[in-house]
Design a protein around this ligand. Structure first.
Ligand code: FMN
Length: 412
């Protein structure tokens, strides 16, 4: 029950969706993940907003994320949220490394839960890709002019002291003590995420950020136990996941977003991900969120054609089958029928949608109508559905009746 200005508003139709679960499209069947049940299999993909001050979220995040819960998403995943200050990519990235930040998130999770959405948070660390300006300023490195404006650059970290590209900040390579401290920061962030009311934690291990910088030999040139062969390069991620799992309640699911293959010329590929996913599963990861890219190298690996509809579906299906783990798929899934087919064909368990939701936050309700769910209006809050139901009935009736003449002038 949602309370607005002292008025109680039911956000759930009596009994929820009237259609029995096994008669619904797969997209609208609830999914149980440990002790958490999401109302459907649609997840808002994490999207950085670059609108936080000192890592704190604001009314923007409440309204931005709230709109997707109103629209009917089962899982609403908050943007990549830094586990420590130097892990933010820009000065305006969100964080969860202070109690004050966690309290800010609590307001958001309360609202999402009142709207029957499952709140998720993506924990991340930019590593060597940090200390930059926003994407609309070309992610260029912070410099003297930013310092003068109170937005000073900071020392970045990585697996090795290698830049992300020409002119990018040079990181320091973490030593073993610093690696241990880093892992503690992730575990603390997971604890704070539980305090903040999140029901799912997703570890961001993709897109060329810190964890990915340990996994791929493009960035990791270490010659100690955290580098070298695949086993060594996986060590940081696996120790980190063990610590997060131990800090995160056992009855709540843990997701891991992976770049299933590196970007153009990269070295990490699908076979590496299958081995890695099995190791993650053994350490209590419940879902691999299948994405790609972020690191470019000198091999013959071509770039993933990211303009193709569902460009990660083939990866998700492969990982799900070969590693025997549940998956989330993301990447140009825009159509209801496409999403339903991915589930039907066993290529993913959850469909994450990012950009399409920005133009259509009501995508889940529209998808329910397109897939023929009889009670599709039940995807919306009751006070919306109540006023829409008569309009829909009227429209159906009229669609069946002959088109009436529009009166123009008296007939006498
Ligand atoms: C504005 C924006 C911000 C994004 N921020 C994140 C992020 O914080 N973490 C992440 O893993 N991916 C991020 N992504 C990638 C999306 O989660 C998603 O993987 C990608 O957009 C492809 O899915 P889509 O075709 O449904 O948009 C972002 C994408 C956009 C458009």
């Amino acid at each position: 029950m949602l309370k607005i200005g002292g008025v109680e508003v039911s956000t759930d139709r009596p009994g929820g969706l009237g259609t029995p679960v096994d008669e619904r499209p797969l997209l609208f069947r609830p999914i149980e993940m440990r002790g958490v049940t999401a109302r459907n299999r649609i997840m808002l993909g994490p999207m950085s907003q670059y609108l936080s001050i000192d890592g704190n979220v604001s009314d923007w995040h409440l309204v931005h994320l709230g709109q997707f819960a109103l629209g009917g998403a089962g899982i609403v995943c908050a943007e990549e949220t830094a586990v420590e200050a130097r892990g933010r990519r820009t000065h305006h990235c969100a964080g969860i490394y202070t109690d004050e930040q966690a309290r800010g998130w609590r307001r958001v999770t309360n609202f999402l839960k009142e709207l029957k959405a499952t709140p998720a948070i993506q924990l991340g660390h930019g590593g060597r890709r940090s200390s930059v300006r926003s994407p609309w300023e070309g992610r260029s490195p912070l410099g003297e002019s930013d310092k003068a404006a109170g937005l000073a650059p900071w020392q970045t970290i990585s697996s090795s002291a290698i830049t992300h590209g020409v002119g990018r900040p040079t990181p320091i390579a973490l030593d073993r003590r610093q690696i241990r401290e880093e892992i503690v920061a992730w575990a603390d962030a997971a604890k704070r995420s539980a305090d903040a009311g999140f029901d799912i934690v997703e570890v961001h291990g993709a897109h060329g950020y810190l964890i990915n910088q340990f996994l791929s030999p493009v960035a990791n040139r270490r010659d100690d136990a955290y580098g070298g062969d695949r086993e060594g390069r996986m060590r940081f991620a696996l120790e980190l996941v063990e610590a997060v799992r131990a800090a995160w309640p056992a009855d709540k699911p843990l997701f891991f977003r992976a770049s299933v293959v590196d970007g153009k010329g990269g070295h990490w590929d699908i076979d590496d991900t299958v081995v890695f996913a099995k190791e993650l599963k053994a350490r209590g990861v419940d879902f691999i969120d299948c994405s790609c890219g972020g690191l470019e190298g000198d091999s013959s690996l071509p770039a993933v054609p990211r303009y193709l509809p569902g460009y990660n579906v083939v990866y998700s299906g492969h990982v799900r089958r070969e590693a025997g783990i549940s998956t989330v798929v993301v990447g140009l899934v825009t159509e209801a029928e496409q999403a339903e087919a991915i589930l039907r064909e066993g290529k993913a368990d959850i469909i994450a949608i990012a950009r399409e939701m920005l133009v259509d936050p009501y995508w889940p309700a529209h998808a329910a109508r397109k897939l023929g769910l009889k009670d599709w209006l039940d995807v919306l809050p009751e006070n919306y559905a109540f006023r829409l139901a008569p309009r829909e009935e009227e429209r159906d009736k009229r669609n069946r009746a002959p088109t009436p003449e529009i009166p123009f002038r008296r007939k006498d």
